[in-house]
Design a binder for this molecule. Sequence first.
Ligand code: SAM
Length: 295
Amino acid sequence: MVGIVSYGIYIPRWRIKVEEIAKVWSQDPERYKTNLLVDEKSVPSIDEQQLIDPIVIQLFTEYCNIIPDETVLEIGPGIGNLTEFLLEKARYLICIENNPKYIPVLHERFKNSSKLKIIQHDALKAYLPIHDRLVSNLPYKITEAVFQRTLRLKFKTATFIVPERFSKTLLAKQSEQDYSKLSWLSQLFYNTTQHENVSPKAYLPETRIQTTIITLKPKKDLTEVEKTLKELVRQGDKYTKNALREALIKSEICSTKKKARKYINDLNIKQRTLQSRVSRLSLQDLQTIEEKITG
Ligand SMILES: C[S@@+](CC[C@H](N)C(=O)[O-])C[C@H]1O[C@@H](n2cnc3c(N)ncnc32)[C@H](O)[C@@H]1O
């Protein structure tokens, strides 16, 4: 049965005082108040804070390390403040923005650019075109999911702005409290550099948490064991037993399915582990598999 539970109105939760807006533009707050006829305005949610400090935008762009013949993929361009700087460096720039309200803004702002493609889609679900550099001032809500998605992508580097806490987890050592499955994954796949923190004042509205710029660079020259683990975790939806068999073949530890089956049998991994989906494996499960393959 469908029924009306209640009537209501939506009041935007995030608000900014007119004085704050005036401060950013170095204007007189009283004049702003008189002109706008309001004391405060609603602002985007915490996932839509726009970078407004040109020095930070410039720095971020430099950390992306784009060379002129490269294709760049930007997740969540918003109103395009980063996009403008990235466009100057890239041969071609593809932007994926989920929120429809930014699409006309982007089209208008970059109407004279022939090297920009704007796609309205959820970056977690969209097909992501081939690119050399992945960049984003990541929305907090999807930071970890985007990171997980990168494990199946190919790029030279990914440069992101993320919560500082997230960066600490990626970089945590095994002996540290922050060490988790995320740390294990990131250290298997990437060399991660934490460049520098971004001041909350660099955003409109200001952020409430500390954010930081990081670059993920895929590791090269992996050992056979590392290649196997990488191939294993890339098959998140599969059962571990099947995924491990595929991974052992891809990393050339085993040459046939039959040999891979015997190899897995001899490892003596718990049935519970082999029968769970790869994405459900705990840090301890993964470390056990790693130890057993290393021998
Ligand atoms: C923190 S803002 C960054 C905006 C702009 N790039 C900047 O740095 O000023 C994050 C942006 O990601 C967009 N976004 C949120 N979820 C998304 C998703 N699933 N796929 C694509 N874009 C998303 C938001 O609409 C917003 O524009």
